[in-house]
Every structure is written in C-alpha cells, then in structure tokens.
Design a protein around this ligand. Structure first.
Ligand code: 6PG
Length: 468
C-alpha cells in the first residue's frame, strides 16, 4: 500500500491539485522544497488531510507512494525541473512515472523524455490550465507521454479534470512534448483573445469616453451571447470591481504595463520556425512588449502628431461581432500551428479532441469551442477551421463588423493591433491570387533569386530593365 500519487511543490497550483486529488478520494503524498510549507498546508486542508501524507525528506516522500509510482511535479519550469529529476531519479524504481505539470517549454519536455528512455522510468509533460480555481475544482489537462504512463495516471486525471457534459477535459494527446506544446498554443490563443478584449475596452474608453462600469456592464451582456466565455466573464467582473483604497474601479488604479512569462512568445517563435503565420498572437505578444515601454510612451504622447479623423464610434453589436470574428481567427491560427507541429514532430494531434478538452476548465473555454469541436468532426476542407461550413456562416455574420471596427480604430487613432491583424490575415487567406508575385519580382530584380512562373514548375529569371 501507499499513496496513489505524490505531488511535489505546494505553490498555488500544486496545493490546489493535491487537494483536488484528495477530494476525489485519492491518497496523496505531498512535499515541498521549503519543508516549512507542508504543515500549514495540511492544517488548512481540514478533513481532507486524512488523505494527505506530508513528507519533509525526498526519500520519505518517494517511500510513501505506492509502486509503480506516479509523481507530479508542480514547480517552476526550467532548471528546477532538471534538478528535481536528477535528485529523485536514484530513489525511483522501474515503471515509475514523473509528471511535469508546469508550463514547460516543449523542447525541454522532449529532451527530458528522451533522457529517461531506456531507464525504465517514464516522463509525462502535462499542460494544466485553469488557474488556481481550475486546479482545485477541475482543470483542463493536456497530456504528453507514453501509453504506459497515461494508463497509470488516467483514472486520477479523469477524476480531477473539469467535466463538459460528463466528459472529462483531459486527454492523452501524443508522446513527449505534445501536451506541453498544446498548452503553449492554448496560452498563445489566450494572449490573442485577451488582447482583442483589451482593444475593444480601449476603443470604448479612449474614443468613446466610457468608464469601467459602463464597459463592464456591456461585457456582462455579451456573456449571454455567442461571445460567452471565461475571458469575457472575468473581464466584465474585473471592470466592475472597485479598489477599496480609492473607491474607484480597480482597472483605473492598475499601471498599463503587462507581464508575461513566455508561453505566448514561445507559441510565436515555434510558429515562425515552422513558416506559419500567427499574427494575432504576434500582435498580442508585441502589445505586451510595447506596454512595458511606459516612459517612451509618456515622452511621445505630447510630441507625436495624432493625425486622427472623425468617425462614429462603432455600435456595441459591431464590437461584439468583431470580437467574435477575431476570436475565430485567433483560434484558427492556433490550430494551424498545432497541425504544423503535429506534422513536424509526428504527433498525430486530434484537433477535435483538443477542442473538446478546452470546452471547460481552461482559461480559453468558451461557447465557441464546442462549435470548433463539431467543425473538426464534420466536413472540413483541407482541415482548415475557417473553411468549416458553420464557421463560414459565423464569419459571414461577423466580418463586416470587424471591418467597421478596424476602420473606426484606424480613423480615431486607437490601436487595435490584434483585431487588425486578424482582418489582414482573413483578407490574405481568402484571396487565391495574392501579391507575392511583386515580392518575387523585387527579389529577382535586385538579387537574382529567381521565381516560378504562373503556368508551372521550374525556376526562372526575369529580364529586368533599370528605369530610363
Ligand atoms: C492557464 C494560464 C496560466 C497562466 C499563464 C499566463 O491556462 O491557466 O494560461 O498558464 O495564467 O501563466 O501567462 P502569462 O503570465 O505569460 O500571462
């Protein structure tokens, strides 16, 4: 006998997952690098502490877990994970599985899986989404690893996961880094969605002169329609929250400088490496970057000419529809990156399944994800989400609004980087004949780089004449 699982790392996410596991009836050994965190954690667990075994020493922690062991690390990603693996390895037995539940770079996960191959130990890279509340009550989990390790962990994962219509929001998506990669792209989509929401807020605040409460009430209305989602819900609730110190809206006392831990940027870097476009995510990562240049922006505001023009503020319904179009396009780009990576790393990712496990528990959960799941299960030309019949209908209803909103932002001088990126991508993708012939002409003119002719294969050079 012994604990069903060990959880190492009692930070916000680790504590919440350990309690969730105990709540689901599993016995959980827990430990933490700072041993003094363990006793207070057990104290606060109340009656659940009956199923929690605290262990201060690593040896004691490992010994408390039933074999073959499942050990979940909830520690900062990067070097701490490598150090932890090295420290625990000598204490383990063949068949044991290490699960990294942090926001790891999937390249690290691939490296760690490869390093453990042939040792009899197994490695799982698992993306966990949903923040603290999700981890405690039901997160969405994206699992990468061997079949063996999944079989062992599956009953526990399914018991603690969020449920959507009785189906658990966890799946074994592929080997090694597949789970962490899917989580990374989840976060990229999250960045784009958050940015687009912030852009609509900006338009209403800066061009519409609206206050936080007014905008919050509008967003709360949108929760009842097709935009219904966790991110709209928290945005509405955040706008309606009041700072107790100043009795003003919380958002008005927060400095306009965004943090980021790297997953959005990783999504972009990987997309670019695979020759993919993810311009909504790029816009979102870029906007967080510019936001931190507060001093420059303060200097620039009185110096740079506005050049704005009068234009009506878009109707609320247009803003809602523009966000819907932007959300579809942001996801379409995310799924495109997933397909490219699936091919490159031979993961056979199942896009319908991924949509399904994102329907509840995770940060990007939304009414649309159920529609995406249906779209991926149905007729889908070329595997492209935006070409699914139901999505084409959604876009038909929302693209005109996206055009009006982007145009208004441009005239009124309010930056809408992610929404305009979404529109630019959409207009690029719906044209069979693009403008890259002009790029090729320039490349061949100045660098003899060659081009293909419209009628077929082969490389050609033009006869270029300088201007007279
Ligand atoms: C989730 C979130 C979670 C977290 C990220 C945000 O799915 O639960 O994405 O992973 O909020 O750390 O990342 P940034 O700090 O980069 O915004």
């Amino acid at each position: 006998t012994g604990a069903d699982i060990g959880v190492y790392g009692l930070g916000t996410m680790g504590s919440a997952l350990a309690l969730n596991l105990a709540d689901s009836g599993f016995t959980v050994a827990v430990s933490n690098r700072e041993a003094e965190w363990i006793a207070p954690f057990l104290d606060e667990a109340g009656p659940l502490s009956e199923r929690l075994i605290g262990a201060e020493q690593l040896e004691e922690f490992v010994a408390a877990i039933a074999r073959p062991r499942s050990i979940l690390f909830m520690i900062p990603s990067g070097a701490p994970v490598d150090a932890m693996i090295e420290a625990i390895k000598p204490l383990l037995d063949k068949g044991d599985t290490l699960i990294d539940g942090g926001n790891a770079d999937f390249h690290d996960t691939r490296r760690r899986s490869a390093a453990l191959e042939g040792t009899g130990l197994h490695f799982v890279g698992m993306g966990v989404s949903g923040g603290e509340a999700g981890a405690r009550n039901g997160p969405s989990m994206m699992v990468g690893g061997s079949d063996h390790s999944w079989e062992q962990f599956k009953p526990m994962a399914e018991a603690i996961a969020a449920q959507f219509d009785g189906s658990p929001c966890v799946a074994h998506l592929g080997p090694d880094g597949a789970g962490h990669f899917v989580k990374t792209v989840h976060n990229g989509i999250e960045y784009a969605d958050m940015q687009m929401i912030a852009e609509v807020y900006g338009l209403l605040r800066d061009a519409g002169g609206q206050g936080a409460v007014e905008i919050g009430n509008l967003f709360a209305e949108w929760q009842k329609g097709p935009l219904s989602s966790y991110l709209i819900e928290v945005s509405a609730a955040a706008l309606l929250s009041v700072d107790t110190q100043t009795d003003t809206p919380m958002v008005d006392v927060i400095r306009d400088q965004a943090g980021q831990k790297g997953t959005g940027r990783w999504t972009l870097i990987e997309a670019l490496k695979m020759g993919q476009s993810a311009n909504t995510i790029e816009a979102a990562v870029g906007a967080r970057g510019w936001s931190s240049e507060k001093a420059v922006r303060e200097m620039a505001e009185p110096l740079l000419p506005e050049g704005v023009q009068d234009a009506p503020l878009p109707e609320a319904e247009d803003l809602e529809m523009a966000l819907l179009a932007g959300r579809i396009i942001g996801h379409a780009q995310g799924f495109r990156i997933l397909s490219a990576a699936s091919e490159e790393f031979e993961w056979s990712l199942d896009m319908a399944r991924i949509s399904e496990i994102w329907r509840a528990g995770c940060i990007i959960r939304s009414a649309l994800l159920d529609e995406f799941a249906d779209a991926f299960r149905g007729e889908l030309p070329g595997g492209h989400l935006i070409l699914a019949p139901a999505m084409r209908k959604r876009l038909e209803d929302s693209i005109p609004a996206l055009r009006r909103v982007v145009a208004a932002g441009a005239l009124l001088g309010v930056a809408l980087p992610a929404l305009s990126a979404a529109l630019a991508w959409y207009d690029s993708m719906r044209r069979a004949r693009g403008t890259a012939n002009m790029i090729q002409a320039q490349r061949d003119f100045f660098g003899a780089h060659g081009f293909e002719r419209t009628e077929g294969e082969g490389k050609f050079h033009g006869t270029w004449n300088p201007l007279p």
